[in-house]
Design a protein around this ligand. Structure first.
Ligand code: GUN
Ligand code: ZN
Length: 488
């Protein structure tokens, strides 16, 4: 199967790509609004105007209804939804996870998706929930793998096929599942059964599941995160390499009278002001929405506008090379997202592999920034720096003179450490960082400086220390370098 996915731009593990489907090309990352074929809150053509490039619907709901199935089988899925762009169909696996059973076999539902003209079909995988026993996770994964193989052998024609990755919360099973699914060969790789993690705000565990799945996949494969619909976590998901997201949230939240923002969700009853300029929020006050004929549709429309606005913001951040700055900002919206930020940087070694060497200016946004992939990269590459003779390390931005007696001049900038002054204008050393350094950032920088000194045992280092700089690691530094105090 030839690849229908092309990557145009990268940042962290995120990318902008082009996915070719039978009904046209989709630019990723993108969010697929979930369409319930029985309920039309917002028309697909309006969704397209808002920014939707591809929809997702549930083929099992269509299959079960004689009326819908007749229409789809005779006039096609695109006629049923009144949409001529790409449509992905799910298989009923979600119903399987909620109700424990479905009245269809894998082969029947694959066949049905093909017959109604789906652009991307999904086999009947088993969404194994988080925290189940290892035996159950392994057994269900085996059944899922068999079904994926059958689907692959069964499906012909132009319909793309998705191969979901399961494995519950076992990281090694996720990686193994991803490798197996890749061997079978699919057009899209969804990461499955993560809805329960998101519903209970277990974003750090979600990071583990995404990264361990990605580790078993070819990095150039398109990845879908099943059920990721809140704009608050789009940047996080994209930074880890998810290309397709889907949102039922816009409608589910609207039914509960909940108003989505990129920072979190508000109940309409508590809103006095609307922090958004979409056409709905420009035309209505919160009271007017509440008293209108159809508050649910108005909220669904606002929720979709917000959804597409955030995905465009994420794409621009990939384009500009500052996606991690956006992730750090968004992860400050909720303490459980802050845990996810910590977790994502525990994988900085992995993020570093795909992150471009040069991007726009590195912005230090808080203590977590000290663990960014760029900092790890500098520490990996430090071994390439050969320093002999005498070397002085001065604070970046200082204009200390009288350094001509030294063979080498280095600059010290947290969170990186010491680097040759010639690199000061080069990414990431041209970073914007606060003039007062927090203990995390300074600690990483001092440790890196100690490492650099130890890597160059024949050189003699002098470290210019501003009077106000204090850190326990300075004492360790003083045993291998001359420390000279000065007042700035
Ligand atoms: N929708 C949400 N989660 C899943 C999943 O794991 N598999 C499928 N097929 N659909 C889903
Ligand atoms: Zn709005």
């Amino acid at each position: 199967m030839s690849s229908s996915f092309e990557i145009l731009k990268r940042c962290a593990s995120g990318r902008i790509g082009k996915l070719t489907t039978p009904h046209g090309v989709v630019e990723t990352p993108t969010v697929m609004p979930v369409i319930n074929p029985n309920i039309r809150l917002v028309s697909p053509s309006k969704m397209k105007d808002m920014g939707a490039e591809i929809l997702i619907t549930n083929s099992y709901i269509i299959y079960r209804s004689k009326k819908l199935a007749d229409h789809a089988l005779t006039r096609g899925l695109h006629s049923l939804l009144e949409y001529d762009g790409p449509i992905m169909t799910d298989s009923g696996s979600f119903q399987l996870s909620v109700y424990g059973e479905v009245e269809v076999t894998n082969e029947q539902i694959i066949d049905f998706q093909h017959k109604i003209g789906s652009d991307i079909a999904v086999p009947l995988d088993i969404p194994t929930p988080p925290d189940v026993s290892r035996d159950r996770a392994e057994e269900e994964l085996e059944i899922t793998t068999e079904r994926l193989k059958n689907a692959r052998n069964h499906l012909s024609g132009s319909t793309l096929l998705a191969g979901p990755i399961q494995g519950s919360t076992y990281r090694d099973l996720r990686t193994e599942a991803a490798k197996k699914v890749s061997e079978i060969g699919f057009d899209i790789y969804p990461i499955g059964a993560v809805v329960p993690l998101m519903e209970s705000y277990r974003y750090a565990d979600l990071v583990d599941v995404i990264v361990s799945s990605k580790m078993g996949l070819n990095p150039s494969s398109p990845v879908h995160l099943f059920g990721a619909g809140h704009p608050m976590m789009f940047s996080l998901a994209v930074a880890m390499g998810c290309d397709l997201l889907d949102s039922a949230a816009y409608a589910l939240y609207a039914k509960d009278e909940r108003y989505i923002t990129p920072h979190g969700t508000f109940h309409l009853s508590g809103l006095k002001y609307l922090p958004c300029s979409c056409p709905v929020c420009q035309s209505y006050t919160p009271d007017e929405i509440r008293n209108s004929d159809d508050p649910v549709t108005l909220l669904a429309e606002h929720n979709l506008y917000t959804t597409f606005e955030e995905i465009r913001r994420v794409k621009q951040a990939v384009y500009d090379g500052n996606l991690l700055e956006l992730v750090e900002m968004r992860c400050r919206s909720h303490p459980r997202l802050l845990e996810a930020l910590e977790r994502i940087y525990s994988y900085s070694d992995w993020l570093e592999i795909y992150d471009p060497i040069s991007k726009s200016t590195f912005f230090y946004c808080g203590p977590e920034s000290a663990k960014r992939p760029e900092v790890i990269r500098f520490s990996k590459r430090m071994e390439r720096l050969n320093i002999d003779g005498s070397a002085i390390i001065r604070p970046a931005g200082s204009n200390i003179k009288n350094t001509s007696d030294f063979d080498h001049m280095l600059e010290f900038k947290p969170p990186f450490g010491a680097y040759p002054v010639e690199l000061g204008e080069v990414y990431p050393f041209n970073a914007e960082s606060p003039s007062v350094h927090g203990p995390e950032s300074l600690g990483v920088a001092l440790e890196n400086t100690i490492r650099l000194i130890k890597l160059n045992p024949d050189a003699e280092f002098t470290f210019m220390k501003p009077d106000h700089m204090e850190h326990p690691i300075l004492e360790k530094l003083s045993s291998i370098a001359n420390i000279v105090n000065f007042s700035q």
